[in-house]
Design a protein around this ligand. Structure first.
Ligand SMILES: Nc1nc2c(c(=O)[nH]1)N[C@H]1C(S)=C(S)[C@@H](COP(=O)(O)OP(=O)(O)OC[C@H]3O[C@@H](n4cnc5c(N)ncnc54)[C@H](O)[C@@H]3O)O[C@H]1N2
Ligand code: MOO
Length: 404
């Protein structure tokens, strides 16, 4: 089987994937969920002209010349408006967030006033509307402020609350079963045998799944036997997963049994092996309605493939627009060699030069087992197939590693 391009693999993977059903969740559980419908404001905010400062609600004309004495006729704390009207020569003691009373058109902040009994003296004049938030300054009832398909974060949750939504219609979270494979693996915290290492990929992939709005299901570690793999794949089917991610055992070694085992459980293969580094042995298929993504075992390969393939797959199930790989451009701070037929993703650090322009410096070692440089990196430099060698100063496309 020849290697297919990254773009071709991505479009085959996403082909025919449609969004999952919507469900309603309490607002407090809205973080990292994806809106099923656009969210419109159920009220206008602020609903009334409101004071932005602690001070006195006055008529700007009254304090055009200073000092000016005004009679304090009442008080308006937040949550308790003053019922009357501010007439000429009058003021109302007011606090931040309170409705500006009828008749008043400006707030005199208390730092610029001197209070003496029922009298307040304006020490400074203010223009009309100073420190008054007009009704609807933030938004108006009916405004559609958050589009369908948006992955909600802390900002949107706060906004939805301000719009008076106690619950949200969101897309069901894609369930992603994650299966590590390999006799060499033990869980973090366990004591590895002399030839063993700690399983890291499943933890990284689960974190990425959560960050993308999915729900990880940990299937543990399968040993390098058909029986162990078959048992775990059956578990994935019973867990009603939308996606099964396998980690490792995807290559050509005698103990790389994953594809065989998946075939035995009825998987139809969409593709295997892509023109990409790291990530060549990537495999995709499906068992019934469950998508299967076989990620290579090398830790950096697993996570880069998760970023490039698993993330958009979860996005498609969440009804998000197929995210194109969002590259930016930066100037090289070190040389890169000529590339071969595999699209290369080089770990690199992003800095700024003395003019504030982005400069990207690749790590000299790019072995796909090196998680420490992956965690340290800011971006991946994307090197298209057969790209020529480049000198420092030339522009390259970069892909951010943070998930925002
Ligand atoms: N003769 C060839 N050998 C290899 C080829 C090839 O084309 N011909 N491809 C290489 C490439 S590229 C990659 S990537 C790896 C991928 O191999 P597998 O997907 O079969 O992964 P494993 O062999 O199971 O493991 C590779 C490596 O990663 C470690 N590993 C596996 N799972 C985990 C985990 N959950 N957490 C942490 N580390 C893990 C494993 O111990 C190995 O060191 O194959 C090359 N070989
Ligand atoms: O694809 Mo492998 O990921 O080059 O290490």
């Amino acid at each position: 089987m020849s290697l297919i391009s990254v773009d071709e693999a991505l479009s085959r993977l996403l082909d025919g994937v449609s969004p999952l059903q919507a469900e309603t969740v309490p607002l407090a559980e809205g973080n990292r969920r994806v809106l099923a419908l656009p969210l419109a404001a159920r009220r206008t905010q602020p609903p009334f002209p409101a004071s932005a400062m602690d001070g006195y609600a006055v008529r700007a004309a009254d304090i055009a010349g200073t000092p000016a004495d005004l009679k304090v006729i009442g008080e308006a704390p937040a949550g308790h408006g003053f019922g009357g009207t501010v007439g000429p020569g009058q003021a109302v003691r007011i606090f931040t967030g309170a409705p500006v009373p009828e008749g008043a058109d400006t707030i005199l902040i208390q730092e610029n006033a001197r209070r003496n009994g029922d009298t307040v003296t304006a020490l400074q004049s203010e223009p009309l509307g100073r420190f008054v938030r007009p009704a609807g300054l933030d938004f108006r009832q009916g405004d559609e402020l958050i589009p369908a398909g948006r992955l909600l974060g802390y900002r949107e949750v706060a906004l939805a609350a301000a719009m008076n939504h106690a619950s949200l219609s969101v897309i069901r979270r894609p369930r992603v079963a994650i299966l590590a494979t390999g006799d060499e693996l033990v869980l973090p915290g366990e004591e590895p045998g002399p030839d063993q290492i700690i399983a890291s990929n499943s933890f990284g992939v689960a974190a990425l799944v959560r960050d993308c709005g999915g729900e990880p299901i940990d299937l543990g570690i399968a040993r390098d036997t058909h029986a162990s793999l078959a048992e775990k794949i059956a578990l994935a089917r019973e867990s009603d997963a939308d996606i099964l991610v396998t980690l490792g055992g995807a290559s050509v070694g005698d103990h790389d049994l994953v594809q065989d085992a998946l075939g035995g459980e009825g998987m139809s293969l969409a593709f295997w092996r892509i023109a990409m580094r790291p990530g060549k042995p990537l495999m995709a298929g499906s068992i019934g309605r469950m998508k299967v993504l076989g990620l290579p075992g090398n830790p950096v390969s697993s996570l880069v493939c998760s970023l490039l393939f698993l993330r958009p797959l979860i996005g498609a199930l969440l009804g998000q627009q197929a995210p194109r790989r969002d590259t930016e451009t930066a100037r090289l701070g070190g040389p890169v060699g000529q590339n071969d037929q595999r699209e290369d993703y080089l770990r690199a650090r992003l800095t700024r030069d003395e003019r504030g322009e982005l400069v990207v410096v690749p790590y000299s070692r790019q072995d796909s087992s090196m998680l420490a440089t992956f965690a340290d990196a800011d971006v991946l430099i994307v090197r298209p197939p057969h790209a020529p060698a480049l000198n420092p100063g030339e522009n390259v496309p970069i892909l951010r590693l943070s998930l925002s």
